[in-house]
Design a protein around this ligand. Structure first.
Ligand SMILES: NC(=O)c1ccc[n+]([C@@H]2O[C@H](COP(=O)([O-])OP(=O)(O)OC[C@H]3O[C@@H](n4cnc5c(N)ncnc54)[C@H](O)[C@@H]3O)[C@@H](O)[C@H]2O)c1
Length: 254
């Protein structure tokens, strides 16, 4: 089957679709024939993603994934578009710091988006996917779930939870025809990287040093994460269940 048809006729909701990885996923899914509901708490950013796609292929949706009502409304809107077949729980926020350096407010904010948001997404999407005959959910974890990354205590806790929740939900729902998997990205070139390095004395030098640390010598591109998301959402991944698909340029291989 041509890639342009792999997701034809399917509606897929993508959270955090207004920027970086989420935007790249939304556009990739459209290129494979899907309709996308681009959900973001920054609705102007989601609308900017929609403007990059062919007319009507992407619908923007104001959604704060930490809000249960918003998440239910997002799924209802995806169902209303017809052919609801998947959800990508991509929205995430980060905070730098060790545990002693991190405030409880920062911890709660990071956990709320990644853990509560992914949990609410699964809870709302599974019944709708089952009602539609099955589907797939893709969560976005991080290599911080697999190896120790300095100064990322709260973020690592959040992404480790996303990985564990992926496996639990995969086992819970595979019998009903819903596959749940996660992607484990390495360091991906998105506005996130600019924010992390903005405080450095020489942001360009800090980014160059980060790239040099990658075994394959460069940042992972958002489009490379999007390609994995499209695969996991497609029927070609029918036997991929509860998996953590690492796309990290070799960071966790050494
Ligand atoms: N960039 C990386 O190196 C990297 C590496 C591993 C994992 N990730 C993960 O990939 C995902 C996307 O990261 P990115 O680099 O594209 O970040 P980004 O900051 O460029 O985009 C994140 C998007 O999520 C949205 N968002 C934040 N909180 C939200 C909420 N409560 N409800 C709805 N939307 C919300 C933001 O408005 C933004 O549009 C995150 O889960 C992140 O943890 C990123």
């Amino acid at each position: 089957m041509a890639l342009a048809e792999r997701l034809a006729g399917r509606t897929i909701a993508v959270t955090g679709a207004g920027s970086g990885i989420g935007r790249a996923i939304a556009l990739r899914l459209v290129s494979e024939g899907a309709r996308v509901l681009a959900a973001d708490r920054d609705v102007a950013a989601a609308e900017a993603t929609a403007a990059l796609a062919p007319g009507g292929a992407v619908t923007a949706c104001a959604t704060d994934v930490t809000d249960e009502r918003d998440v239910r409304e997002m799924v209802a809107r995806a169902v209303a578009l017809g052919g609801f077949a998947g959800l990508v729980n991509n929205a995430g926020v980060g905070v730098a710091g060790t545990a002693p350096e991190t405030t409880v407010e920062q911890l709660d904010a990071v956990l709320a988006v990644s853990v509560r948001g992914t949990f609410l997404g699964i809870a709302a999407a599974v019944p709708a996917l089952v009602a539609g005959g099955g589907g797939a959910i893709v969560n976005v974890s991080s290599i911080a779930a697999l190896v120790g990354i300095p100064d990322r205590a709260a973020y690592s806790a959040a992404k480790g939870a996303v990985l564990a929740l992926t496996r639990a939900a995969a086992i819970d729902h595979v019998g009903a025809g819903v596959r749940v998997n996660c992607i484990v990205p390495g360091t991906v070139e998105t506005p996130w990287i600019e924010r992390i390095t903005a405080g450095a004395e020489d942001p360009a030098a800090a980014q160059a040093a980060m790239q040099a640390r990658q075994p394959h010598g460069r940042f992972v591109q958002p489009q490379e994460i999007a390609a994995m998301a499209a695969y996991l959402l497609s029927d070609e991944a029918a036997s991929v269940v509860g998996a953590a698909m690492v796309v990290d340029g070799g960071m966790t291989a050494r």
